[in-house]
Design a binder for this molecule. Structure first.
Ligand code: SF4
Length: 118
């Protein structure tokens, strides 16, 4: 028994302080999809290639469009960022995506005609 304590003391602390001290994700980690508002043109290539229908782009008859991401469906494959012709999408390092309500996992951005987000 004493040997176990000695070994534990020699080893030191091997766990991290998460969640009190957040750990950064590895550089190549594929986390939550991030939309760069100024670059989005409403092309909808992201929605067409998304294998899980996590992204939708709805064009308004009066101009403009609404871009919606459903994090409940996203599998973090990165196809949307590869397909976007203007580089408006990237996968961030964000991995803390837990939410209390399903609607909190929806990101919706409405663009006016011409492309300014509101
Ligand atoms: S990362 Fe993949 S699953 Fe997630 S929104 Fe983009 S294309 Fe869809």
């Amino acid at each position: 028994m004493l040997n176990i304590f000695r070994r534990a003391i020699r080893t030191g602390v091997v766990t991290t302080g998460y969640p009190d001290t957040p750990e950064p994700a590895p550089p190549a980690y594929r986390g939550q999809v991030h939309l760069h508002l100024a670059a989005c043109t409403g092309d909808a290539a992201c929605a067409r290639v998304c294998p899980s229908a996590a992204i939708s782009v709805e064009h308004s008859p009066v101009g403009g469009w609404t871009w919606t991401l459903d994090d409940r469906r996203c599998v973090f494959c990165g196809l949307c960022s590869e397909a976007c012709p203007t580089g408006a999408l990237s996968l961030s390092n964000e991995y803390e995506l837990a939410a209390r309500k399903p609607e909190d996992l929806l990101t919706r951005v409405t663009f006016r005609a011409g492309g300014t987000a509101r």
